[in-house]
Design a binder for this molecule. Structure first.
Ligand code: HEM
Length: 610
């Protein structure tokens, strides 16, 4: 029995404060920069579950380290850029949401409402909104989450963080250029701009897929959700390849009828790849890893996992191929394939929350503000998939007979289905997961953070109003007015959430700055776990000592900026065959002489000022 007695119920900050050396154990299992200098205000048992480490093993290792190490000492906390990589991606997602994304969507909806006409807004504007939402908002949140969480779930480092960072400006420039090209079309260099934008985004997506693939490979820790991530990456690449082609098809149609044919044939399958392929498949995969671990929910059975994976991806592929075949051949029997696909997706939507027992009781200790959003998201998933399955019933048995329309396709019903999925499921899930993850990563106690009820109600009421009134516009023009306002209700809810998210991120940044300021105002306390870069940043003259001891690679400034940030003194000595104790002794002598020099120069300054 350990004398130190670290137990599963203790909070991470409590343990790290008392036994700073335990940070190395937490870091090994993926803590690193998460939660600020002292880690998130969560219990050790929760950390073990989220990071997939057996609790007994973690406690054993923590207690062993706590017994060996000196009980006190400053925590030298210096997260690398990879440790907080989610931040710039989430900020880019929020910036897109409140400009080209939902904000622009709400303006479009309002214009359609006041003009009582879905064609009352230039279609290029709608394309720009849809694209910014999918490639901008959804992708930025997926990329930020994936770069941040997957390496930690797999106890490894993010492969080539600089390359990962490069995907952000590439994607952002691509989205901004593409929005410009949509607005410009059919004038000026719109086509060249659109194609350049598509190429930049394709490059960003390819790099994203490559970084994730290499990260998973180096982790060599296969988990059941991996195949969902790989499938979502496949759909993402397919969408990125199709994007410039779709841009060209829609924006260069020579006549109105060619334009209508192209949109009618290619828009639905293209959006299926994006919304179902990228977003839904990724959310189902992340749910598999996140929900049971973060909320102690039931793990889905292996048979259900298999069905969800093959059923969802197979249904998406079938829906796309059947729709294209039906439209291009003119044979409506192909559309039966589309209907079967929708029914499979409905089964997935109905069964998934049951598998997790998502609506059953969740112990008080595990509940937080994210749960209600995640539950609501899965309700909206069922609503959206039921609407998708009902599209032919609505079009043929309700819309056409009651309105006398010549074409059996209700734009209103399809737009309503789309936003049940995009706002109800996809956005609600982003809000739910981020409102748990961001405070945790920023060192804010998620249980004392605001519950976000106003966001919850505004988003749900706004979306319910939008969907019902959009469908009602098929029968009464009076519904247009309410529909036109509903977008602003959703945007108001999202603004409150976005503001809170940014506040949490700012707190995280402040805690890091304070910790680093504390650490640098005192002499560095050296130990085997101190990173090489930490020594070099504080004492650049230590480079001579490293070189004298045979660390030739440190002559290279690139390696000093990259490798040295992640390698500890102990690891470096092992790798280069250097005696750790001799290196530590020389470095400590340097630090001591620096301390004395600083002390005597401040004494001299004081004497001079007297
Ligand atoms: C405040 C929330 C939103 C508002 C007010 C809004 C508004 C609109 C409007 C007016 C349209 C065109 C008409 C229609 O299809 O009904 C549209 C289309 C679309 N929206 Fe949204 N939207 C919102 C959120 C989202 C989100 C969260 C996503 C994706 C995650 C999204 C993706 C799309 C897509 C893909 C289209 C179809 C574009 C096309 O026809 O190709 N929207 N939206």
């Amino acid at each position: 029995m350990s004398k130190r007695g670290i137990t599963g119920e203790m909070l991470l900050p409590e343990v790290i404060q008392r036994f700073p050396a335990t940070r190395a154990v937490f870091d090994r299992y993926g803590l690193r920069g998460c939660g600020g200098p002292e880690g998130p205000r969560e219990t050790i048992a929760w950390f073990a579950r989220l990071h997939g480490v057996p609790l007994e093993r973690l406690l054993e290792e923590l207690n062993a380290v706590a017994e060996d190490a000196a009980p006190t000492g400053e925590i030298v906390f210096r997260p690398t850029r990879a440790d907080t990589i989610y931040r710039p991606f989430f900020l880019a997602g929020l910036a897109t949401l409140f400009t080209l994304g939902c904000a622009w969507g709400a303006v479009n909806l309002w214009l359609m409402g006041t003009r009582q006409n879905f064609a009352g807004v230039d279609y290029s504007w709608i394309l720009a909104h849809g694209h910014a939402m999918v490639f901008g908002v959804v992708s930025f949140f997926i990329m930020g989450f994936a770069y941040q969480a997957f390496p930690r779930f797999k106890h490894t480092n993010l492969w080539r963080p600089t390359l990962a960072f490069a995907t952000l400006p590439l994607m952002a420039a691509g989205i901004a250029l593409q929005a410009g090209a949509h607005l410009l079309a059919p004038r000026g260099p719109f086509l060249a701009l659109g194609l350049l934008a598509g190429t930049l985004q394709l490059l960003a997506v390819a790099l994203f897929a490559w970084v994730l693939r290499q990260t998973f490979r180096q982790a060599a820790r296969p988990e059941p959700y991996d195949c969902f991530v790989q499938a979502a990456l496949f759909w993402f690449l397919l969408a990125a390849v199709a994007n410039p082609l779709v841009f060209w098809l829609f924006e260069t149609a020579p006549t109105r009828s060619a334009f209508l044919f192209r949109v009618a044939t290619f828009n639905i399958p293209y959006r299926d790849v994006q919304l179902l392929g990228i977003a839904v498949v990724m959310i189902l995969g992340v749910s598999l890893r996140f929900l049971p671990h973060a909320y102690a929910l039931r793990e889905p059975t292996p048979a259900w996992r298999q069905f969800t994976f093959w059923g969802t991806n197979g249904a998406i592929a079938m829906a796309i191929l059947a729709f294209l075949a039906g439209m291009l051949s003119g044979n409506s029997r192909w559309l039966i394939g589309q209907e079967m696909a929708a029914l499979v997706l409905l089964l997935v939507a109905l069964g998934t929350p049951r598998q997790y027992r998502l609506f059953g009781p969740i112990p008080e200790s595990e509940r937080d503000r994210g749960v209600k959003f995640i539950r609501a998201a899965y309700v909206w998933f069922i609503v959206a998939m039921a609407m998708l399955a009902l599209v032919p019933v609505y079009n043929l048995l309700i819309y056409q007979p009651l309105t006398g329309a010549t074409v059996p396709f209700s734009h209103a019903f399809f737009g309503a289905y789309r936003h049940a999925l995009t706002v109800g499921f996809i956005t609600m899930m982003i809000v739910g997961v981020s409102s748990k993850v961001v405070p945790t990563l920023s060192g804010v106690d998620v249980r004392s953070a605001p519950a976000l009820w106003p966001t919850f109600w505004l988003l749900n009421i706004g979306n319910a109003l939008r969907i019902t009134t959009e469908i009602a516009t098929d029968f009464t023009a009076a519904a247009f007015a309410v529909m036109g306002l509903s977008g602003f209700i959703e945007v108001a809810g999202l603004t409150l959430w976005g503001y809170e998210l940014m506040r949490n991120m700012r707190v995280g940044k402040r805690l890091e700055r304070e910790a680093w300021g504390r650490a640098t105002s005192e002499p560095l306390i050296l130990g085997p776990q101190t990173r090489v870069a930490e020594v070099l940043e504080r004492y650049p003259q230590a480079l001579d000592i490293f070189l004298r001891h045979g660390f030739a690679p440190l002559q290279n400034p690139v390696l000093r900026r990259t490798m040295a940030r992640v390698v500890t003194l102990e690891q470096a000595c092992r790798r280069e065959g250097v005696e750790l104790d001799r290196l530590l002794a020389d470095l400590r002598a340097l630090i001591e002489s620096e301390r004395k020099a600083r002390a005597s120069s401040s004494e001299a300054r004081e004497a001079f000022s007297v």
